[in-house]
Design a protein around this ligand. Structure first.
Ligand code: ADP
Length: 632
């Protein structure tokens, strides 16, 4: 369907030719039905006369029946399909709607706005040049506004129109509009959003959608339609770097060998010197052929067939580029991944990666962090669930020819395919410097604690088990390490007893020796934490000053104190080190609990009566504390 034109009746061929030459704008609408998204799309279709009379009749009748609007048509009914699908719980992909004006053709990618549809939005957004972010003037900037904006910026949409809708319900107030604009600008400060335009509108009444509003004389900007028709999009395309992924080798007879494909970016001319990747062989462009004619030059996004002066071996999945402008050929690089499958992304699992026309197998080596799509906060993780977005290190089994996503959407992105089901499970955008941990850059050679924490998916802390000899410290420290290991976390045990066998072998078993042992241990614990590990420490720690000193070396915020408090009698009975028996034989006056009272910690993170709880229950409680404090 197309816009109404006199030409349709008088000269259909002229009309079709005119239509074909028009520039195409792909746009995405972000917002929920409640923001007036359906009404806005309906309004665009209606005011550009893209609706058939019988549809209008039906909507007129339905509007009266539903009574949602006074005497107006309920324009939302035009785009009702999506809502109906949602109500029935059918999987919703992206609904595409088409319309055109005398100037341009438009494709609207209409995706549901809720968080559980992040993957749909990412799919819809991937080849859009412009996004309309709808804000309900009554509610202002919401969590979902942030989410939509973040995804639009992540997907590299260069033009954002922030449509502040339902201005009629806010008395067309300039203050309301300005406040929303300021709020929006506040949170987008740290985002790379491209060009931003704000429009106050009422999609229901048609203010500033296609026609300028009479109600908002204070607004002197463009209407939505005028922006859609005039926004400059050709400059967004990459005409600089010629990238031609070969889709198919056409060899109808021995005299002709053509390489067919779509120009992903750049311009190619007859006579240009090219390099074929991955072979690195060079040649000269002999001809550029399309279905109807031979061309002198061609550019993105044209689909053409190239022939070369030399017979070099090129097959499907290879890439032809200008010899003086090569992409990076890499198997390890850094990407942002949107996960689209119910089964979580697992680092180390083999997936297929489709990059341009080439399939390669490989894996995600690690997830550096995930990004909360609502708050933009990052946090460490070991997996990406459905609709989650993370920054990951990819490692493929052979190199692919890549550019950064911001420079080149086609060669800067890929999809991830499950090898068994063949389902697309994720999409990746390659970061501009595509540097992973496998490449040492002199600029950021220093690995930070935060980077380590993010690699291991944990906050590195020291869990200090303290209590009398025989209270169960070693047992629980090792038990915790085992449990953390099984959970995929990285930790190690630092045991006072073990220290005494090596580093602190020289120290006497008195108060001073204990203090020194603890001091040395504190630095080791800190060192382990700095290396990203959780340290499960077991120390009697009977001196308050030494205990505090240890905590201050490690850092109070990195210490979890767990006090084991079984009665002395129980400890004596257990006597795992034979300490109590020895004291009875030859008293030293140095055994905590016997020679002096054990000073209880003032506010431990957890107290475990290990005479009442079994080891498993104790470990479970420690794990709960670690989870509560977001350590794991
Ligand atoms: P410590 O390191 O505090 O001197 P150990 O862990 O070496 O103590 O020894 C504690 C003993 O108590 C072990 O034999 C262990 O099996 C037993 N035990 C019984 N219940 C528990 C419990 N809930 N937690 C820890 N140890 C326990």
């Amino acid at each position: 369907m197309s816009h109404q034109s006199e030409l349709i009746a008088s000269d259909i061929n002229a009309y079709l030719a005119q239509h074909e030459r028009k520039e195409l704008l792909r746009l995405l609408t972000c917002g929920s039905v409640d923001d007036g998204k359906s009404t806005l799309i309906g309004r665009l279709l209606y005011d550009t006369k893209m609706v058939y009379q019988d549809q209008l009749d039906a909507i007129g009748a339905a509007s009266v029946k539903s009574g949602t609007t006074d005497d107006n048509f309920d324009l939302a009914l035009l785009t009702d399909g999506l809502q109906a699908e949602r109500e029935q719980g059918i999987t919703i992909d992206v609904a595409y709607r088409y319309f055109s004006t005398a100037k341009r053709k438009f494709i609207i990618a209409d995706t549901p706005g809720h968080e559980q549809y992040t993957r749909n939005m990412a799919t819809g957004a991937s080849n859009c040049e412009l996004a309309i972010i709808l804000i309900d003037a009554r509610h202002g900037v919401l969590t979902q506004t942030r989410r939509h904006t973040f995804i639009a910026s992540l997907l590299g949409i260069k033009h954002l129109i922030v449509a502040v809708n339902k201005m009629d319900l806010k008395d067309y107030s300039e203050e309301v509009f300005n406040q929303i604009r300021d709020d929006y600008l506040d949170f987008t400060e740290e985002l790379d959003t491209g060009e931003l335009t704000f429009i106050p509108m009422s999609a229901l009444n048609g203010d500033n959608v296609v026609n300028a509003s009479e109600h908002m004389p204070w607004y002197d900007g463009d209407t939505l339609m005028s922006l859609l028709e005039n926004v400059k999009i050709s400059a967004d395309r990459n005409f600089e770097d010629f990238r031609y992924p070969v889709q198919y080798v056409n060899r109808p007879n021995l005299d002709f060998r053509g390489y067919c494909g779509t120009i992903a970016s750049g311009v190619i001319r007859k006579g240009d010197q090219i390099t074929a990747l991955p072979s690195g062989k060079t040649s000269i462009i002999k001809s550029i052929v399309t279905y109807d004619e031979e061309l002198e030059q061609a550019f993105t996004p044209m689909a053409v067939t190239l022939t070369l002066e030399d017979e070099i071996d090129i097959s499907r999945g290879d890439m032809i580029v200008h010899s003086d402008n090569l992409p990076a050929s890499k198997s390890d690089f850094l990407v942002s991944i949107v996960w689209m499958n119910e089964k979580a992304l697992l680092p180390g699992k083999q997936y297929d990666f489709k990059h341009t026309t080439r399939y390669t197998s490989g894996q995600i080596n690690m997830i550096r962090h995930k990004v909360d799509v609502n708050t933009l906060e990052t946090s460490p993780t070991n997996s990406l669930e459905l609709n989650e977005i993370g920054v990951c290190e990819v490692s493929l089994n052979e190199p692919v020819h890549i550019d950064g996503y911001n420079k080149n959407k086609n060669t800067g992105s890929f999809i991830i395919v499950d090898r068994l089901t063949n389902v697309t499970v994720g999409a990746g955008m390659i970061s501009d410097d595509h540097q992973t941990g496998n490449h040492i850059s002199t600029v950021s050679a220093h690995v930070t604690t935060a980077e380590r924490a993010s690699r291991y998916g944990q906050k590195p802390v020291t869990v200090m088990f303290i209590g009398l000899s025989g209270s169960g410290k070693s047992t629980l420290a090792h038990g915790l390490e085992r449990k953390l290991f099984d959970m995929g976390r990285v930790s190690t045990v630092l045991d006072g007893k073990g220290m005494r066998l090596g580093i602190s072998k020289d120290l006497p078993h008195d108060a001073e020796g204990r203090a020194e042992n603890l001091r040395r241990s504190a630095f080791i614990a800190k060192y382990l934490n700095d290396a990203g590990l959780i340290c499960c420490a077991a120390f009697v720690s009977p001196n308050l000053d030494s205990r505090e000193h240890m905590i201050s070396v490690i850092g109070e915020e990195n210490c979890i104190v767990i006090y084991l408090n079984p009665p002395l009698d129980v400890c004596k009975q257990r006597d795992p080190s034979g300490l109590y028996a020895a004291e009875e034989n030859v008293p030293t006056g140095n055994v905590p609990g016997i020679s002096f009272e054990y000073p209880e910690p003032e506010s431990p993170d957890l107290i475990l009566p290990t005479h009442e709880l079994d080891v498993e229950e104790c470990i479970e409680r420690v794990i709960n504390v670690l989870k509560e404090q977001a350590i794991i």
